[in-house]
Design a protein around this ligand. Structure first.
Ligand code: ATP
Length: 419
């Protein structure tokens, strides 16, 4: 008998969805990572549900019941429901047929859950639990995923799995480091065979990039990168990337500084970007730009990564005695990710402390003066607004100004008395 622990809110949701599907004559199943995490006792707020009929039949109805936002992609027969803190991916069961290595598969809608499970990456992700028979009921586990969970191992469903989809190599590393699972014997052999066949050259950089980013978003990216290096070489990310032993010292500092920064400012840090900056720091600007573009990173992330490359060139400047405003001019544009990168790279406790204090102060500094107030003071909207606001901001960073009155005195002194 299988037992699992489940968050009551999710249990209730699943029950309602299952009941509605049953009323509409649809078989519904919880699948993939949601089932895996249920057995592992880990909470997962991204639910995956597969139906044996077109999800389009019921998605509007479900969205109404939950008063939730939804998106539906009729061409893929997939939908997403957005509830308060939970997102539910819903899809019509499908099978996939791969014609050549790394190419996208041809997808065919199928009404059999078993066929849908066969297209999945690992046995632990290829289990389903029926939810349309009154809550969580029968477990469908055609590949013995539950046994693999117990044996703490990652196992592919068939020999050609990594050839069909080489991103599964990175996914295998991701799950094995996340859960501290081993790669099953044959899986490891087939993985190595696929790597020898240079499979990564046949997948699109965007798909590869997505999986690399997800690897860096794991709790322990160092372990994942070491495993990636050992099994495939980091050259799959870029031919010029080599493992740097100093990462063993640098990487564990990333969550520590990010946590400290978060505690001081209540702002979050995209830690994976800092790992990515370290991974790619040996690339020149052009190569880095090309890599970021090929991964289709959003523009502000691309700029941030490229900017960090510049910061590296100034890490040797002895800016211990710089004022905050001077640091601002030297380091701008300021992002927590690029400055934390610099904090980790620079040598000396005092320098690290100075940069950290600057970063916190930068993100905590607020102005009383705003555009409205400037208009009241007689300024016309235009570039002068930025100039005045930046002047006050820098004075505040340096601690020369703090109250509203002092801000206005500064405006008076620097801008109004000259007019
Ligand atoms: P996470 O906990 O990191 O979100 P997940 O298992 O939910 O892990 P997703 O990438 O969200 O992973 O994918 C959901 C499910 O879709 C997986 O559990 C797996 O069954 C299937 N899947 C995802 N990517 C692949 C792939 N490349 N090949 C085969 N099946 C895949």
């Amino acid at each position: 008998m299988v037992r699992w622990e489940i968050n009551p809110q999710i249990k209730r949701l699943i029950k309602i969805i299952g009941k509605q599907c049953a009323d509409w004559g649809i078989n519904a199943y919880l699948v993939g990572g949601s089932v895996r995490d249920l057995f592992l006792g880990k909470s997962n707020i991204d639910l995956d549900i597969v139906l044996d009929k077109d999800v389009g039949i019921i998605i509007i109805h479900l969205a109404k019941i939950f008063s939730a936002r939804y998106v539906y992609h009729p061409q893929f027969k997939t939908a997403k429901l957005f509830l308060e803190n939970i997102s539910i991916d819903m899809a019509t069961a499908r099978e996939e047929i791969y014609y050549s290595i790394g190419s996208l598969p041809q997808v065919r809608i199928s009404s059999e859950i078993e066929r849908d499970l066969f297209r999945r990456d690992f046995t632990i992700n290829a289990m389903a639990i029926r939810i349309s028979k009154g809550g969580l009921s029968d477990l469908i586990d055609p590949y013995n995923g539950l046994e693999d969970l117990r044996k703490r191992r990652i196992r592919v469903l068939h020999k050609k799995s990594f050839l069909d989809d080489p991103t599964r190599i990175i996914r295998a590393i991701r799950f094995s480091t996340r859960f501290d699972f081993s790669l099953e014997e044959n899986t490891l052999i087939w993985l190595k065979e696929a790597v020898c066949r240079d499979v990564f050259s046949r997948i699109s950089p965007v798909r590869l990039g997505n999986e690399i980013v997800r690897l860096l978003q794991e709790k322990n990216p160092l372990k994942a990168i070491e495993q990636l290096r050992q099994l495939c070489s980091l050259k799959i990310i870029h031919p010029q990337i080599r493992f740097n032993r100093k990462w063993r010292k640098y990487f564990p500092q990333i969550p520590r500084w990010s946590r400290d920064f978060g505690r001081e400012t209540s702002q979050s840090v995209e830690e994976w970007l800092i790992y990515f900056i370290f991974l790619t720091e040996k690339l020149n600007k052009e190569a880095l730009q090309r890599l970021c573009l090929s991964y289709e990173l959003e523009k502000h992330k691309r700029l941030l990564v490229l900017h960090a490359l510049k910061l590296r060139k100034i890490e040797k400047i002895g800016f211990l005695h710089y004022k905050n405003s001077e640091l601002f001019n030297l380091l701008k544009p300021i992002s927590p990710e690029s400055i934390i990168y610099l904090i980790i790279r620079v040598k000396g406790k005092l320098l690290k402390k100075k940069l950290f204090e600057f970063l916190v102060r930068f993100f905590k500094t607020r102005l009383y003066t705003d555009g409205e107030r400037l208009k009241e003071l007689g300024f016309s909207p235009g570039p002068i607004f930025n100039k005045v606001l930046e002047t006050i901001f820098l004075a505040k960073l340096d601690g020369f100004v703090s109250t509203k009155k002092e801000e206005e005195n500064l405006i008076e002194k620097k801008f109004l008395s000259r007019q």
